[in-house]
Write a protein that binds this ligand. Structure first.
Ligand SMILES: Cc1ncc(COP(=O)(O)O)c(C=O)c1O
Length: 397
């Protein structure tokens, strides 16, 4: 299809929920995207932290195709082998005991919020229901997860919002302490805020979260939707943050590009769900389950966690060097592993556009943060090419 007619038909038939990039990807392979004119791009976004193994990874393709020929869907009314194998594998990766599968990040967080409430009322017999989240956070677009999200702009026009949510400025230790009361059920946090502009929690803030979790007996829910599946150099980001969540959520890269979400919980917390208390038609179906199983196998087998940690450190230092070469342009380079933010001193739309024109696909968030979430299989050469292009663009700015 011609680019113009693709654009026109998108406008004609699709709800206008996205400000789309001037790009239509026709095919992709590894860390490369190809548009309808056959132009090649280096993918530094991986479908927003989804295609962590790159595009069309032969083993993922093989796993999906072979499963598609056997069984695509039955129902959660039946026992399902692939789902059980995946839940066992996921539980082995962490200190938690039980898994609930769904189809997206918002659904996984919604499940966590529902489980938090039901656990407090059914298991503990307490009237605690409030969830504390942080400014700048992003937890999804359902009514509850949007309300949990610490960004007002996404809530415009959707009132009335559900009750029971409280927001605290990120890294404000005193405000967090003050926000906890007899109604507080849980704190929900991203280890590194993605949509919020690659923002990390300070050591004091994490210490306070740990302390409140224990001393005030509240639950900690970690949102690993963007940070999980190796993105930060450990399978789950909380492993590096000194946090021990009672629940955490995963999605995005979980099934290597197929839609899947998961909530993991401590045994006691999970016991609050009973038959009929929560569910979803597609959650944990055979197709995404085999893709997720294969993805976990590849990440572990190919040493991608160490690779991602080392390459990410190198890249962050390389971009800092770019900042020194182009004074007055880069305020800060932040992140862990291959979840990196380059905060500019000014709104970055022009820089982002110039990089796209040079064949680099990345994202601009919070107006001035270039967000890099490349496949974990990206090479140092690709990142070096990007650094050189960024230098050219910034020098012209
Ligand atoms: C940290 C975080 N939580 C939740 C979500 C929502 O996930 P989904 O878009 O799959 O509903 C996102 C999506 O960007 C995210 O980055």
């Amino acid at each position: 299809m011609e680019n113009t007619s693709l654009e026109q038909k998108t406008e004609k038939y699709l709800c206008p929920t996205y400000a789309r990039y001037p790009l239509a990807v026709k095919t992709a392979s590894g860390c490369r995207l190809y548009d309808f004119q056959g132009r090649e791009y280096i993918d530094l976004l991986a479908g927003i932290s989804v295609c962590n193994l790159g595009h069309s990874h032969p083993e993922i393709v093989q796993a999906i195709c072979s499963q598609a020929g056997k069984l695509v869907h039955t129902s959660n009314l039946f026992y399902q082998e692939e789902q059980v194998l995946l839940s066992e594998k996921l539980v082995e990766t962490c200190h938690l005991d039980k898994v609930f599968f769904c189809n997206s990040g918002a659904e996984a967080n919604e499940a966590a919020i529902k489980l938090m409430r039901r656990y407090m009322s059914r298991v503990r017999g307490e009237n605690r229901h409030e969830l504390i989240t942080f400014s700048g956070s992003f937890h999804g677009r359902t009514l509850a997860t949007m309300t949990a999200t610490g960004q007002d702009k996404i809530k415009e026009g959707f009132a009335p919002l559900p009750e029971g949510f409280r927001h605290v400025p990120l890294n404000d230790v005193q405000a967090l302490e003050d926000a906890v009361n007899e109604n507080t059920a849980a704190i929900m946090a991203e280890c590194i805020q993605g949509e919020g502009g690659i923002k990390l929690m300070s050591p004091e803030f994490k210490k306070k979260i740990n302390e409140l979790q224990r001393s005030r007996d509240i639950l900690l829910i970690v949102d690993e939707i963007q940070t999980g599946m190796g993105r930060t150099g450990s399978l789950w980001a909380f492993e590096q943050e000194g946090l021990e969540p009672d629940m955490f959520t995963s999605s995005k890269a979980l099934a290597a590009g197929l839609p899947m979400g998961a909530l993991l919980a401590r045994e006691e917390v999970a016991s609050a769900f009973g038959p009929g208390s929560h569910g979803t038609t597609f959650g944990g179906g055979p197709l995404p389950s085999v893709a997720a199983l294969k993805s976990l196998e590849i990440i572990q087998r190919d040493g991608l966690l160490d690779y991602c940690r080392d390459l990410g450190q190198w890249a962050a230092n390389r971009f800092r060097e770019t900042g020194r070469k182009c004074p007055g342009t880069i305020r800060e380079v932040r992140g862990r592993g291959l979840m990196l933010g380059i905060e500019l001193e000014f709104p970055g739309k022009d820089v982002w556009q110039a990089l796209l024109d040079r064949g680099f696909v990345l994202n601009l968030t919070q107006e001035s943060v270039l967000r890099l979430l490349p496949p974990l299989t990206i090479t140092g050469q690709d990142l070096e090419q990007f650094a050189l292009a960024l230098e050219q663009v910034l020098q012209k700015h």
